[in-house]
Design a protein around this ligand. Structure first.
Ligand code: SF4
Ligand code: SF4
Ligand code: FES
Length: 253
């Protein structure tokens, strides 16, 4: 199907969001809470654009990471209402995470300054967390469901991640590595890894003893979940490559 994006006709696929269609056409709509492995959630409102359906006269503001494309939909990324709402959203994010590189870059690109004075952090908030929900959605959707967003009455601002089932955490770091602000702190020296108050042993390679980069719990979880042999996971990349190389060099041509 075709949609009109900033006055240009572009191809879009049924069911995809405006943000995805635009990106494929080379138009980058800023996003923050969007993660390519997860469904859009509309949390941060950085991606707001204006749309008008063929039968409508007025544009309305929608979140591009969630709003689905439709035949002849007209989209403008820089309409006045969208620009104002995007600036407001970025300003709020700067108030929560004034030092986070990704947020500072958004402020710079869209000419938005942090609110002044910066609001004090809410009690129980994770410093630098902008409540985008990526970490909890990743753990809930793709990993072990150890992490949940705080709810009203939990003692932390709604949306802040909490490791409510610490024993379910496998120390995979998916949450920390996907966090756009670096708010989730962890330590990893190649042998032990600490996150969410738990410390894990990083499994050594069974061939050379180097780090496999996987905690023992993570290897067991991946083996069970993906149906792979756990012993194969406990070999480091270098030894796997050496093994493959040897197999090839053993072949007589
Ligand atoms: S490190 Fe723990 S909390 Fe984070 S995604 Fe992995 S299992 Fe979930
Ligand atoms: S900790 Fe990071 S990923 Fe999780 S909600 Fe906060 S900003 Fe988003
Ligand atoms: S990226 Fe669309 S609302 Fe956050």
């Amino acid at each position: 199907m075709k949609i009109l994006l900033d006055g240009r006709q572009i191809e879009a696929r049924k069911g995809e969001s405006i943000a995805v269609a635009a990106r494929r056409a080379g138009v980058v709509i800023p996003t923050l809470c969007h993660h390519e492995s997860l469904k859009g959630c509309g949390n941060c409102r950085v991606c707001v654009v204006e749309v008008r359906k063929p039968e409508a006269t007025e544009f309305k503001v929608v979140t591009a990471c969630v709003f689905p494309v439709g035949e002849d939909l007209e989209v403008r990324t820089d309409g006045p209402a969208a620009v104002a709402q995007r600036a407001e959203a970025i300003s709020g994010l700067l108030g929560l995470a004034p030092d986070a590189e990704a947020i500072v870059a958004l402020g710079r690109t869209y000419g938005v300054r942090p609110p002044s004075p910066t609001p004090p952090p809410e009690a129980g908030a994770l410093p630098g967390c902008v409540q985008c929900g990526i970490c909890t959605r990743i753990c809930q959707g793709l990993v072990t469901k150890a992490l949940f967003p705080s709810m009203k009455g939990d003692g932390a601002p709604a949306g802040t991640p909490c490791c409510k089932v610490p024993e379910a955490c496998i120390g995979c770091l998916s949450c920390a590595r996907s966090c756009p602000t670096g708010a989730i702190k962890y330590q990893d020296d190649g042998r032990t890894r600490s996150i969410w108050g738990r410390t894990f042993q990083v499994a050594p390679c069974t061939t050379c003893g180097a780090s496999t980069g996987l905690t023992r719990e993570q290897a067991a979880w991946v083996a069970k979940r993906k149906g792979v042999i756990e012993a194969d996971l406990l070999v480091c990349v270098r030894c796997k490559l050496a093994r493959t190389g040897k197999t090839f060099s053993d072949i007589q041509f």
